[in-house]
Design a protein around this ligand. Structure first.
Ligand SMILES: Cc1cc2nc3c(=O)[nH]c(=O)nc-3n(C[C@H](O)[C@H](O)[C@H](O)COP(=O)(O)OP(=O)(O)OC[C@H]3O[C@@H](n4cnc5c(N)ncnc54)[C@H](O)[C@@H]3O)c2cc1C
Length: 406
């Protein structure tokens, strides 16, 4: 835990955006503005938006936190990355989920754990959007407890054969490679991670229908029957699958936190805009104090969520620069968990308040608050449900020995 000199270290946080960071963020902002009408149409048609990779790929934004050595990698620091995802989050949790999965759970996990050959082969096209990545951990009976997964692998003639079912997998029907977690056949330990090629025989993906929200995001069930994975496509050391999964989730949670801050910002903008044009009782509703209360609360929570996000990104950057420092890894993990937990709840509250400010018009998917309300709800569930986040955060104060489960 980062207690000693904590204040001195954090006091070095710098909120100034450098010229280089500003250039990236301007570019993201420009693409987001072009992208909005595209997402609007897919949302109202209730269809998976398959244009995200084209829109952001042509602007070279699909490899932001990836080393410049690979394809369109931009080598962005964690602060730039978080602010970019925040901006994308304003466009909706659907498109932002694309980035959290392809970039954070996918590319960043390959960058951290892959060998040089895997990085060249997978990251180069991934950063250009030519290869999409996904992350397959959850199963019908393994959610918050991933150790309960039953997907397994056998070894045959220089190949791994992967068999099992994964559920609720974002980009599962879109991805070329899915980072898939499995145990050796007949064992409950020694979990491994594999880069499963979705074009291999024995692999099938099915879109999940009738979701509460995220109509524009691909969420799928995966079926694998002895899917062949070449020896060189194990990701990370044999038996270290859980460490691979947890490091991916740390990156994913940072991006969820950032996306939620973006949602809050959009809810604030929308509530302010509407309160400035809608008249009731002879005045603009923005002049009614109870409407002002909604706006004040969204605004305050937005600032708190953003500060937690920046703090988390700052510590995560320190860890990126010192990847062997376990103290920094734990500090980053805790700060990211707090940021994700707070932002998830605050974004749902912000969307709820924005809907309220809009009145009946807030109840229509024609308006953005309704979409945010149903879409951001998932952030209290995925990449670590609220209850799991609460336990992780409490453990940060209670210390080791107070684990609720192992
Ligand atoms: C739209 C969407 C996209 C997703 N994308 C992906 C993806 O790309 N890849 C992937 O692998 N997964 C993905 N998921 C799955 C997601 O990560 C899981 O839903 C999440 O981990 C929770 O698991 P669960 O749904 O099985 O809930 P469960 O684990 O069954 O939990 C049910 C309830 O019990 C609570 N609970 C469980 N254990 C405890 C405990 N020990 N103490 C207190 N409370 C507990 C939970 O907090 C929750 O409230 C996605 C889910 C959704 C909805």
């Amino acid at each position: 835990m980062l207690e000693q000199n904590e204040f001195t270290k954090l006091s070095k946080m710098n909120f100034d955006v450098s010229e280089e960071q500003a250039l990236v963020l301007d570019q993201v902002d420009r693409v987001c503005k072009e992208f909005r009408p595209i997402e609007d149409k897919f949302y109202l048609d209730h269809k998976v938006n398959d244009q995200v990779k084209q829109s952001f790929g042509k602007a070279h934004l699909l490899g932001l936190p990836i080393s410049r050595k690979y394809g369109d990698g931009q080598g962005a620091d964690m602060m730039t990355y978080a602010l970019a995802i925040e901006r994308i989050g304003r466009e909706g949790t659907g498109p932002r989920t694309f980035f959290s999965v392809h970039m954070a759970l996918g590319e960043m996990t390959v960058q951290h754990w892959g060998d040089e050959e895997q990085k060249r082969r997978i990251l180069t096209p991934a950063t250009r959007g030519d290869t999409i990545l996904a992350f397959g951990l959850t199963e019908p009976n393994a959610g918050s407890d991933p150790t309960a997964l039953t997907t397994y692998f056998e070894e045959k003639e220089g190949m791994f054969l992967v068999t099992g079912q994964k559920m609720w997998i974002s980009l599962g029907s879109t991805a070329k490679y899915i980072i898939t977690f499995a145990y050796p056949k007949g064992k409950r330990e020694g979990m491994c991670a594999f880069l499963v090629d979705t074009e291999s025989p024995g692999f099938k993906a099915e879109l999940i229908q009738h979701k509460l929200g995220l109509p524009t995001a691909d969420t799928s069930t995966l079926y694998m029957e002895k899917v062949e994975v070449p020896k060189e496509d194990m990701l990370g050391p044999r038996g270290k699958g859980m460490s691979v999964a947890l490091s991916g989730l740390m990156n994913g949670r940072l991006s969820v936190a950032a996306g939620c801050v973006g949602v809050m910002r959009d809810c604030l903008d929308e509530a302010v805009r509407y309160a400035g044009v809608r008249f009731q009782h002879g005045k603009l509703i923005g002049k009614h104090q109870l409407v002002q209360r909604h706006i004040g609360l969204i605004s305050t929570n937005l600032e708190a969520a953003r500060l937690l996000l920046l703090n988390a990104a700052f510590i995560k950057q320190k860890y990126e620069e010192n990847p062997k420092n376990n103290e920094l890894r734990e500090a980053a993990d805790l700060a990211i968990t707090k940021a994700k937990y707070f932002a998830a709840n605050a974004s749902f509250d912000a969307a709820n308040r924005a809907v309220q400010v809009f009145g009946a018009n807030g109840y229509s998917f024609e308006n953005r608050p309704a979409r945010h309300l149903v879409d951001t709800r998932v952030t209290m569930i995925y990449e670590g449900a609220n209850e799991i986040m609460e336990q992780k955060i409490a453990l940060g104060s209670l210390g080791k020995g107070f684990e609720a489960y192992s």
